[in-house]
Ligand binder design. Structure first.
Ligand code: AMP
Length: 150
């Protein structure tokens, strides 16, 4: 139930999409690879991890396009050689699994998803708006049904 009490008591960690189900790229992947992953998944931004699964930032479609934007044309041939690590966004807020869901909801107002890490920046997963909205919708429908039979 997504009421105020639940938001205060529930931990972000119980609501995340776990890391193994999150599309991601690695720092040394090419921008071409990142563009392929973003295009195939349909996401506009995905996490960037290192080989030990530590979180470093996000790579997004606008960052990739910016990297290959020449003065007169888009230099697509650069995609193969440029590395994700050089063009990703670094200053991404990191959330901890024990933070309250209310804290998460506040941050989701301005971010489509939140990256959740442990104390060592090990990537645990993401909290998305969709997960919370789905639950909220379910709760509203259940409440309406209970009201109808009482
Ligand atoms: P949603 O709330 O499901 O629309 O997701 C919002 C954003 O979260 C998407 O645009 C992606 O950037 C990111 N996202 C959601 N699910 C995944 C996933 N499984 N792997 C990687 N990124 C995801």
């Amino acid at each position: 139930m997504v009421d105020y009490q639940t938001l205060e008591n529930e931990m972000v960690g119980n609501w995340i999409i776990p890391s193994e189900k999150v599309a991601h790229v690695q720092m040394n992947n090419s921008l071409e690879h990142a563009l392929l992953v973003l295009t195939r998944t349909g996401y506009t931004a995905i996490p960037v991890l290192d080989s030990s699964y530590r979180f470093h930032g996000l790579i997004s479609m606008p960052k990739i396009m910016d990297a290959i934007l020449g003065i007169e044309r888009i230099e697509f041939e650069k995609l193969e050689t440029l590395k994700v690590g050089e063009f990703m966004s670094h200053n991404i807020p990191r959330f901890k699994a024990h933070y309250s869901l209310y804290h998460g909801l506040e941050a989701l107002v301005n971010n489509p998803f939140l990256c959740v890490v442990d104390g060592d920046d090990q990537f645990l997963g993401i909290l998305t708006r969709r997960v919370l909205l789905k639950q909220w919708k379910k709760d509203l429908i259940e409440a309406k049904e209970i009201e109808a039979i009482s």
